[in-house]
Design a protein around this ligand. Structure first.
Ligand SMILES: Nc1ncnc2c1ncn2[C@@H]1O[C@H](COP(=O)(O)OP(=O)(O)OP(=O)(O)O)[C@@H](O)[C@H]1O
Length: 586
């Protein structure tokens, strides 16, 4: 455990807790940053502080903001080290206490290829059908849950029950909350849940919820004396219990939490906004109906739509910047691409730091379809969660799916190299990374190895010139497309991107267009949000349940309020429209 020197005043009573409440853009994360600054101002060091949040992307965002605002002189890894997720922090504490020794081996999760044999061994012993490719990534999965093989259902039930601290006997409530139709008449579900817990315990394997429970059961100390917890509305009961345990721990000096019950969107994991609201704490921010902090993000036009979606007033009032709301309905990939280009053109007119455009959908499947449609039309994009949309930043070399090399190249770097080659002459310089991408994607075996060696020798002598690369790969100008040892759709994507770029006259980089689920965007913001209106047909009946409907309203509320300047409701694709969004924009 990393406890610094900032220890005076330690006692056995619970540490004081400050709770900052407020709607989207109210400045909750900023308030936490201010509290960190105040603590640092009175002597707390980086080692005295840990800032916890919900996802890795939020932790990275918080670290970036803390580095800029509070610890500009500290090195980036040190600031990153103090920002983490609650799960990662629990794991860290288990490692520090020696309860888990080798997380690479001991920490398992469904969907992880490395852990598949472990799950399959258990399923084999009990004769349960199981799909090792199905994970539990944290978003509300788009697979119709009732279609899950029985083995996957048992794993999902086990995780939910651990997160909600309920016994195996409560599996029926868990199944209802998860939307599973567990065939309890055909399988001894409670016995299977006990068997899975025993299997893991005997072999010292831990799923993510298990090590939170382990930290709790062993009464592990807090990671630092001053704790900051953002997005508290989405802690699970087990995480909440762990944090409460830390609040009562004698090493804890002060705790600051921030959240918004209207943004609680992880009910399918057992998260409950009531846990945030009933924490014994001193309230700041939106302390009652009369006190609604101003949103520094959302203008009145966007807040009005967001509150219609939520179906009640938010705990924040709009800022007085102008905003825009539209409903757009492109019918083709080219139309979608043109729409995205228009939003980027608009973003370029806005003052200050031009943030990426977010394209958010309720389900991963729709996000994937949108990303593929845009890629085919030549608009580069990436995802908010790392590795979901990689086809602009990393793709495996090879002309067909069955013969892909383990080596990857960046199609984006390659696109830049080709753009240079098409626009320039032999004597123009080309960055070594671009020259390498051309060599890797056109040559194979010894020719590739020889060309790379040659390139490195040249790079030591001076800048690489386009003519050098042409000579090494033996292809010039447009011929390069035929020489590319990549799948035809990647080649077509690069061609389309170059064509659009020539027409447009400027580059759109992949990180300017982020496509992901609403869940992945939680806690983040963007100047412009395209909120996809599509919904899964199979999930429509569940909206008859008032709790489910309320949670779905909160999900779309979160999506809409990521926008700072413009919100565009986006109809695209064949599926049904989410009834919550129908008619909210004229
Ligand atoms: N006092 C302030 N003055 C001006 N801008 C601010 C202030 N506080 C926060 N902001 C800006 O407003 C935006 C939203 O702030 P922040 O992320 O802290 O809000 P939040 O309440 O955590 O939002 P969410 O609930 O959506 O996660 C950020 O761009 C931030 O820089």
């Amino acid at each position: 455990m990393q406890i610094g020197t900032y220890q005076e005043g330690i006692g056995m009573t619970p540490a004081p807790v400050i709770r900052w409440r407020g709607g989207p853009g109210a400045g909750k994360s900023s308030a936490l940053i201010d509290y960190v600054r105040a603590e640092a101002g009175t002597g707390a060091t980086i080692g005295d502080i840990v800032a916890l949040t919900f996802s890795r992307s939020q932790a990275a965002d918080l670290a970036r903001r803390l580095h800029a605002a509070v610890f500009p002189a500290a090195n980036v890894p040190a600031v990153r080290g103090l920002c983490t997720t609650i799960h990662a922090c629990a794991l860290r504490q288990c490692l520090a206490a020696g309860l888990i020794e080798n997380p690479r081996v001991q920490v398992i999760q469904p969907g992880d290829r490395r852990a598949a044999p472990i799950y399959q061994d258990f399923m084999g012993r009990h004769g349960l059908a199981f799909d090792p490719a199905i994970g539990f990534e944290g978003d509300d999965d788009d697979q119709t849950r009732s279609d899950l093989p029985i083995g996957n259902q048992v794993i999902a039930l086990a995780a939910y029950l651990t997160a909600t601290r309920r016994p195996p006997a409560a599996w029926r409530e868990a199944a209802a909350a998860l939307g599973l139709s567990v065939p309890g008449h055909a399988w001894p579900i409670e016995d299977l849940l006990c068997a899975w817990a025993t299997y893991k315990r005997d072999r010292a394997f831990y799923e993510h919820e298990d090590y939170v429970r382990l930290a709790l059961d062993h009464d592990l100390p807090p990671p630092a004396p001053i704790l900051f917890i953002d997005e508290y509305q989405d802690v699970s009961p087990a995480q909440d219990a762990l944090i409460r345990q830390w609040i009562s721990h004698p090493d804890t000096r002060r705790v600051y939490v921030a959240g918004d019950a209207d943004q609680s969107i992880y009910g399918f994991r057992g998260c409950d906004p009531a846990l945030f609201l009933d924490l014994a704490a001193e309230d700041r921010g939106a302390t009652g109906p009369e006190s609604r902090p101003v949103s520094h993000r959302c203008p009145v036009e966007i807040m009005a739509i967001a509150e219609t979606i939520l179906s009640r007033p938010a705990t924040v009032s709009p800022c007085d910047r102008p905003g825009q709301v539209h409903h757009v309905r492109p019918t083709t990939a080219a139309g979608l691409a043109a729409q995205v280009e228009e939003t980027i053109r608009y973003a370029r007119t806005l003052p200050g730091n031009r943030q990426p455009v977010f394209i958010l959908s309720r389900y991963r499947r729709a996000a994937g379809n949108l990303a593929h449609a845009l890629a085919a039309a030549g608009i580069p994009c990436t995802s908010i969660k790392p590795s979901r949309v990689r086809f602009w930043t990393a793709t495996r070399i090879g002309r067909d799916r069955g013969h892909l090399e383990p080596t990857t190249i960046s199609p984006w770097t390659l696109k830049r190299a080709i753009a240079h080659a098409l626009a320039g002459s032999d004597i123009d310089q080309i960055p070594t990374t671009e020259a390498e991408a051309v060599i890797l994607s056109t040559l194979t075996d010894q020719r590739r190895a020889a060309a790379l060696t040659d390139l490195r020798i040249r790079a030591k002598r001076g800048p690489i010139r386009l003519g050098d690369v042409y000579a090494l790969v033996g292809a010039r100008g447009d011929q390069i497309f035929d020489a590319l040892n990549l799948r035809p759709w990647i080649v077509a994507q690069i061609r389309a991107c170059l064509a659009r770029e020539r027409q447009r006259g400027y580059e759109i980089t992949p990180d300017m267009v982020k496509i992901d689920t609403i869940h992945a965007s939680k806690g983040l913001e963007s100047s412009i949000v395209l909120l996809h209106t599509g919904y899964l047909r199979g999930r429509l009946p569940a909206l008859a349940d008032p709790d489910r409907l309320a949670e779905e309203r909160r999900v779309y509320f979160v999506g809409a309020t990521r926008a700072a300047d413009a919100l565009l409701l986006l109809d695209y694709g064949d599926g049904p429209t989410c009834p919550i969004l129908a008619g909210v924009v004229a």
